[in-house]
Design a protein around this ligand. Structure first.
Ligand SMILES: C[S@@+](CC[C@H](N)C(=O)[O-])C[C@H]1O[C@@H](n2cnc3c(N)ncnc32)[C@H](O)[C@@H]1O
Length: 224
């Protein structure tokens, strides 16, 4: 079991506790992160999700690297006719999402999704850009994600830019109760970098909004 998965499952099972894990950068700096942040939504996340659901009676939604499924479970809550598909590599989090979101379908890996599946809304939220690793690989997966969208469908990506260049690849470790994830690489990009990649993948940028997390972070909404 991964350190992140164990911490999240402990938090889900003990809602009154404030479960924290450590995230360690390649500079050795340790930051304590609260699992509760991955169980609740900030107002700008709710607004972004609500806005892109407006045109649909029964939207087909894909939540990539869903964690505990907070974004797609909110979508299901505001429109119970939503058809939710989730991709999450951690088995216990996958099971949690499947149980919590009625009628949902879960996959461990984005490559497990049948190519014929198309979605009205695809979400890559909660700093999800990093799940695809290095710059070349993120670019490739953005093309793949664009192909999974229906014409007129919306892609929501939460991104952020760290120290150097347009695309920054951090080396990170996560530690919790003796479990260690990594070191693994996690990509961060500027909104300019993301805009160029999404446009070349055939999408149009609708908006890039700041988030309440602070300056480096943004939510990008793009449409096919
Ligand atoms: C920072 S958490 C964010 C979770 C969720 N999107 C949220 O905001 O609450 C990142 C999640 O991505 C999952 N993950 C990382 N790499 C992945 C991959 N290649 N495929 C599927 N899931 C992945 C991890 O297990 C973890 O649950």
């Amino acid at each position: 079991m991964s350190a992140f998965e164990k911490a999240m499952i402990d938090q889900i099972n003990q809602p009154l506790k404030d479960v924290k894990y450590q995230i360690i950068g390649s500079d050795g700096v340790e930051v304590l992160c609260s699992c509760k942040d991955y169980l609740q939504l900030r107002s700008e996340e709710e607004i972004s999700i609500k806005n892109c659901m407006v045109p649909y009676v029964a939207p087909k939604i894909l939540d990539i690297a869903s964690g505990a499924g907070r974004h797609s479970s909110y979508a299901k809550q505001i429109n119970p006719r939503s058809e939710v598909t989730l991709v999450e590599q951690a088995p216990l989090l996958r099971m949690h999402c499947k149980t919590m979101i009625e009628g949902s379908t879960v996959f461990a890996n984005i490559d497990d999704l049948p190519e014929s599946h198309k979605f009205d809304i695809i979400m890559l939220m909660g700093l999800g850009l990093g799940v695809f690793g290095n710059e070349k690989s993120v670019r490739k997966q953005m093309y793949k994600i664009a192909n999974l969208l229906e014409i007129g469908g919306t892609l929501l990506i939460e991104g952020g830019k760290y120290p150097e260049g347009d695309f920054y690849l951090a080396n990170l470790e996560i530690k919790y109760q003796g479990l260690v994830d990594g070191p693994f690489q996690w990509g961060y990009a500027t909104s300019d970098w993301l805009t160029k990649v999404l446009i070349s993948a055939g999408l149009n940028i609708v908006s890039i909004c700041p988030t309440t997390l602070g300056a480096p972070y943004f939510i990008c909404q793009a449409i096919k």
